[in-house]
Unconditional design. Structure first.
Length: 371
């Protein structure tokens, strides 16, 4: 029986490995000078990668580096880069970005400067060429400003006025680039390269970024990757530090944010969330200590309909006297793309966001310094 079980396990394991669709990436250093381990990694946030491999490494064999990665089944190209070890101090330089999906790729790189030598066989070659040509003058101007800035900050006596002017010039060229993104999307609505450059750039919300995204084809806007980016953008739009917290409507009723209170913590949670339950007693102690001084707490639960009784039980057991709101099945929570629990926002007396995801320990220090 044990032998049969062992054979079954081995057979199953082998079938699982063989059943995976693998993507082969063969890399070659055109300078023929690199012999250290070569790394490969996504050039974007892991949230865009789903279950695809985060990182891999390969040694050189017959002049090439070979990687076998999990194939990207949704066909949406993902950005990758090589990590090249510098012999002097074992630090790394990153290569230029290249793209992978389901197709095996041969990538030629230069280990001295990280440049990728793109050929027509590379994924998105035409898209890359068109994008680079359209933005050529912008990129040249940005590179020139960067070189000038680097030279200025290396000087022993820094010219602050010149540095300020350079920063202002760079900000203007970035604004010009933003406008061109939207124009380019209208003319090239299926450009994956523009999409990923938008992802890399959108660290804050700007209406032009949303407008650019909406000009993409459905193949991008309707994809899982596109939805992740749009949700990220909407999170920046509504919940950026310094912005007024959006009005919440739960079952048609506006949530009173207790404006006028010195500080309000709006906490999104649910009754089976272990990290949420661990924090509740700590927040309760802070609420009891500082509520009369001007600290308010609003708990918004996204519990499912079948868990409402449990939600009420948690409230009663912990004697939570603050405003407890049930966003049944997370209808309002989902609208604002809140996917992680707990998620909280600390607001000032005008409802402006001071910070996001403050821990009970950090909140305790904050309140002690304020009251």
């Amino acid at each position: 029986m044990k032998k049969i079980l062992l054979i079954f396990i081995l057979t199953f394991s082998l079938a699982s490995v063989c059943g995976q669709n693998l993507l082969s990436v063969v890399a070659k250093d055109e300078s023929d000078a690199y012999s250290n381990t070569l790394l490969i990694a996504p050039a974007c946030d892991q949230k865009y990668m789903e279950t695809y491999k985060k990182l891999d490494s390969a040694g050189i064999e017959n002049g090439i580096f070979t990687f076998n990665l999990k194939s990207i089944e949704d066909h949406f190209p993902r950005p990758y880069k090589f990590g090249i070890i510098i012999k002097k101090n074992q630090s790394y330089i990153n290569s230029e970005i290249f793209y992978l999906n389901k197709t095996d790729q041969n990538i030629v790189f230069n280990a001295k400067n990280g440049v990728i030598n793109f050929s027509k066989d590379n994924l998105l070659y035409d898209d890359i060429s068109n994008f680079n040509e359209f933005f050529k003058s912008i990129h040249e101007e940005k590179n020139s400003l960067n070189r000038q800035y680097y030279l200025l900050i290396k000087q022993s006596i820094k010219n602050e006025d010149s540095i300020k002017l350079l920063k202002e010039s760079f900000a203007k060229i970035m604004d010009t680039e933003d406008d061109l993104y939207k124009d380019y999307a209208k003319k090239n609505p299926g450009s994956y390269i523009l999409f990923w450059n938008l992802v890399f750039k959108a660290n804050t919300y700007k209406p032009i970024y949303e407008d650019t995204f909406k000009n993409f084809d459905r193949i991008i806007t309707g994809s899982a990757v596109g939805n992740i980016f749009y949700n990220h953008l909407m999170s920046l739009k509504y919940f950026e530090k310094g912005k007024t917290f959006p009005q919440l409507n739960i079952k048609g009723k506006k949530v009173a944010l207790n404006l006028g209170k010195k500080y309000t913590l709006v906490d999104f949670w649910f009754s089976y969330c272990k990290p949420c339950l661990e924090e509740l007693p700590k927040y309760k102690a802070l609420y009891d200590s500082y509520n009369k001084s001007g600290f308010e707490y609003i708990g918004i639960s996204s519990d499912r309909t079948q868990d409402i009784a449990h939600w009420k039980k948690i409230i009663n057991e912990n004697k939570l006297q603050w405003q407890n709101i049930l966003d049944e099945n997370g209808a309002e929570t989902d609208k604002f793309e809140i996917k992680k629990f707990p998620t909280n926002f600390l607001l000032d007396s005008e409802g402006k966001i001071i910070t996001k995801d403050i821990s009970s320990k950090e909140l305790e220090v904050f309140l002690k310094n304020k009251f």
